[in-house]
Design a protein around this ligand. Structure first.
Ligand SMILES: [Cu+2]
Length: 172
């Protein structure tokens, strides 16, 4: 009986692990202010990504369209657009930048985004992809990429826009 219970628990763990890993739900949204900009940092689960051509051909009803840059993919993983196949810990880190005076979306800057693991000190530079939601459109224009950020750690994200810096702290 005990063996059965243990087996059941292990089975449940495996199933849970398998279900949880690819679709590990992440949602962090933080707002920061610099002298001239309002910066919104979102750390979310990997998104379905499309090129503009794919959007035209496939008319997706969720995900994001990429305009420049290329997505960082897990080792050995092709440029799959599926958000379901990422290993646990992979997140979509994105930064929305607004002109604080006019509340308009800044589309023309080249921010730098660095995410540092507070425990290990490991700093990850986030190569910039420009993108927006296929549903929301232009008002969702933002900068970011996929980053491997294991759960159970706290992180500091530093976003530099021109000479202005916004700093964010979050836990995963
Ligand atoms: Cu995005």
């Amino acid at each position: 009986m005990l063996l059965l219970v243990l087996f059941g628990a292990a089975g449940a763990y495996l199933i849970f692990g398998q279900t949880k890993a690819p679709s590990e739900i992440t949602y962090v949204s933080l707002i920061g202010h610099t002298a001239n900009y309002t910066v919104v940092l979102n750390v979310v689960s990997p998104q379905n990504m499309y090129t503009p051509q794919q959007v035209k051909q496939e008319n997706p009803t969720d995900g994001e369209v990429m305009y420049s840059g290329s997505m960082v993919m897990p080792p050995g993983m092709a440029m799959s657009m599926s958000n379901m196949s990422y290993p646990a810990g992979w997140r979509h880190v994105e930064v929305h930048i607004y002109d604080s005076a006019t509340n308009t979306v800044i589309r023309s800057t080249s921010p730098t985004i660095v995410v540092t693991n507070d425990q290990s000190g490991q700093a990850t530079n986030v190569p910039i992809v420009t993108m927006q939601s296929v549903v929301v459109g232009a008002s969702d224009f933002h900068y970011g990429n996929n980053v491997d950020l294991p759960s159970g750690h706290s992180y500091t994200a530093t976003v530099q826009v021109g000479s202005e810096v916004a700093t964010f702290h979050f836990k995963l």
